[in-house]
Design a protein around this ligand. Structure first.
Ligand code: ASP
Ligand code: MG
Length: 413
């Protein structure tokens, strides 16, 4: 029999009525003949509340106990959905991460899935003909036997990992939007729902700020080639609408050059003025940042005219800005620079599309269009299937709209 994973996010299980609605979606797929594993998040707002309590308890809390607390939200919804399914006459049972088990690293608070054993779930299908309702977001680190959680938004990753482990035909991610859009519909009214997106593109879109899926879930879907369908839990369970299929690029018939425009305000810019222009200086700057686990993204180095000094600009996550500043100021004498300038009112706007591989001048077109709108570009990075520009945050909407139209992504009317 074909197997299906269905994942429901926090708003989709926000109260008992929403949980009953989820059960009807599950019922439809069971009636269609699927063996179903459902992965649920905690009720909307629950995880935030739990995190708040932990932080109230201690500023320097024990991350293992953090996991023990925040994993509980999913325990509740998995049990409740199993009860509601049973009430509808559908055999079902709940599963905690450790019962399956979903094995993870011991990076408490953002653990990585290392292995998922599908045997017990398959046994549940074969011998009990029951729906498996799985608590998302959580796992176990076997050497210590401790509960772990997979980082915020981690239920997406649970779902894809389960789909790979049980050889599911598809992983359906039910959420409060009906798919992946060409850009954020809240700022571009002409944004369109995409029918299909390639794994590689979705990975870039998620990494570049599109918030539909946890980045790791997309990585996992790509590695295991799990077709992942993003769709709305607000659809009529008896007659659901369409969503967006994340799939192999070979399965995309009409390939655009650019598939989507993403933006991230979670960036900060640091510029070091008059850095000594000599071998080893880049290492002197970036090694300490790497050792402090600060992710550097865009880097540009300007060759200054007197050739003894240069300017280096780069970006770090906004949350790491103060830490990065302090580190660099402390190492100022060692690195040898004049002064540090920083900005947090910046945004990174990215255009993503596998079509960029086979077309020249795609980014150049954007630079021109942005210049015509008077938008100054502070930094640029490019890769095979995307380019990003760092600009003033005030121009976010204008820049996103401009690129969205430029690449023909606006919907017709
Ligand atoms: N409940 C967890 C969170 O809010 C996991 C998830 O919803 O995916 O981050
Ligand atoms: Mg989510």
């Amino acid at each position: 029999m074909a197997r299906l994973v269905m994942k429901f996010g926090g708003t989709s299980v926000g109260d008992m009525d929403r949980i009953r609605n989820v059960a009807r979606h599950v019922q439809r797929e069971v009636n269609a003949g699927y063996e179903v594993a459902v992965v649920v998040s905690a009720m909307a707002g629950k995880t935030n509340e739990l995190v708040g309590w932990v932080k109230d308890g201690s500023k320097l809390y024990d991350a293992r106990e953090y996991d023990a607390v925040v994993a509980s939200g999913e325990q509740v919804t998995s049990g409740l959905l199993a009860i509601v399914l049973q009430e509808m006459g559908i055999p079902a049972r709940s599963w905690q991460g450790w019962q399956i088990p979903i094995e993870t690293s011991d990076a408490h608070g953002s653990a990585r899935v290392t292995a998922v054993d599908g045997t017990r779930l398959l046994d549940g299908f074969n011998t009990h003909h029951e729906v498996a309702v799985i608590a998302g977001f959580q796992g176990i680190h076997p050497p210590t036997g401790r509960l772990t959680t997979l980082g915020r938004g981690g239920s997406d990753t649970s779902a894809v990992a389960i789909a790979a482990a049980i050889g599911a035909e598809r992983c359906d991610i039910y959420t409060d939007v009906d798919g992946v859009y060409t850009t954020d519909p809240r700022i571009v009214s002409k944004a369109r729902r995409l029918e299909r997106v390639a794994f590689e593109e979705m990975l870039e879109m998620a990494s570049m700020g599109a918030k539909v899926l946890q980045v790791r879930s997309v990585e996992l879907a790509m590695v295991h080639r799990v077709p992942t369908y993003v769709r709305s839990s607000f659809d009529d369970p008896a007659n659901p609408g369409l969503g967006t299929l994340i799939c192999d690029e070979e399965d995309i018939v009409e390939q655009q050059i650019i598939t989507g425009i993403a933006y991230s305000k979670d960036e900060a810019q640091i510029t070091l003025r008059r850095v000594a222009d000599k071998p080893g200086v880049a290492a002197a700057i970036f090694m300490p940042l790497a050792e402090a686990n600060i992710n550097v993204d865009m880097i540009i180095q300007v060759v200054s005219d007197n050739s003894t000094a240069t300017d280096i600009t780069f970006t770090v996550p906004a949350a790491e800005y103060e830490r990065a500043r302090t580190l660099l100021e402390t190492a100022k004498a060692e690195i040898g620079f004049d002064r540090l300038e920083g900005a947090t009112d910046v945004v990174k706007v990215s255009a993503i599309g596998i079509g960029m591989r086979s077309h020249a001048g795609v980014a150049a077109k954007a630079f021109k269009a942005l210049a015509e709108k008077g938008i100054n570009i502070r930094a640029i990075t490019t890769s095979e299937i995307k380019f990003s520009v760092l600009i003033d945050e005030a121009y976010t909407e204008l820049a996103v709209r401009t690129l969205h139209s430029l690449y023909g992504l606006d919907h017709a009317a």
